[in-house]
Design a protein around this ligand. Structure first.
Ligand code: NAG
Ligand code: NAG
Ligand code: NAG
Ligand code: NAG
Length: 152
């Protein structure tokens, strides 16, 4: 539900797709496209192949260039070249207060363990490309990632 807005954002990072039992996701590329950040580091395990049985751990270190008091996200996903999802959404910060309160020029590390890929139907197989951009209260793009994954 709405409590999951942030995690949906994180999941966009990995796989951006709805996954059914028995499928696996292979991350072909994951590219940071946000403002320059020399401190940026991330680690995802397992990697780059994630199955729906996996418990996924995720760590990201970053230094925002601007203060962040509120977040909105833009995301799009294409399947085999055709847009299937395009969303603009305000993140409800009262659900995720720790994810809406960052000071510019401070370095933060966020860790999340035990994430599971969404297990939705119907089955999707194919090549997916996704973009996720997070904006702060000034509509400044504070974080952007693009990924290409193959679901088989
Ligand atoms: C994820 O983190 C947990 C707790 O730190 C650890 O027990 C587990 O082995 C990790 N799993 C992977 C796939 O790295
Ligand atoms: C998704 O959004 C990004 C950023 O605005 C844009 O560069 C890209 O072309 C979009 N992709 C599609 C398929 O609309
Ligand atoms: C945000 O969540 C709170 C409860 O945690 C709720 O009262 C409020 O209406 C929500 N705001 C929006 C814009 O959905
Ligand atoms: C934001 O973070 C600062 C420093 O960590 C803390 O002092 C402040 O209470 C936090 N504000 C909210 C609304 O959580």
């Amino acid at each position: 539900m709405a409590t999951n807005v942030h995690y949906q954002a994180v999941i966009f990072l990995f796989c951006c797709v709805m996954l059914s039992a028995g499928l696996q996701v292979e991350v072909k590329s994951l590219k940071y496209c946000g403002p320059p950040d020399k401190t940026l580091k991330y680690k995802v395990s397992p990697w780059p192949v994630i199955t729906d049985a996996d418990s996924v751990n995720f760590t990201v270190t970053f230094t925002p260039a601007r203060d962040i008091f509120s977040l909105s996200l833009f995301g799009n996903v294409t399947k085999d070249g055709k847009t299937i999802i395009e969303r603009n959404k305000e993140v409800n910060c009262s659900y995720v207060p720790h994810h809406c309160n960052f000071s510019a020029d401070e370095t933060y590390t966020l860790t999340k363990t035990g994430l599971h890929i969404y297990n939705f139907s119907p089955i999707f197989k194919g090549k997916f490309e996704a973009t996720l951009i997070l904006f702060n209260q000034e509509q400044f793009s504070v974080f952007c990632v693009q990924s290409v994954v193959v679901v088989s």
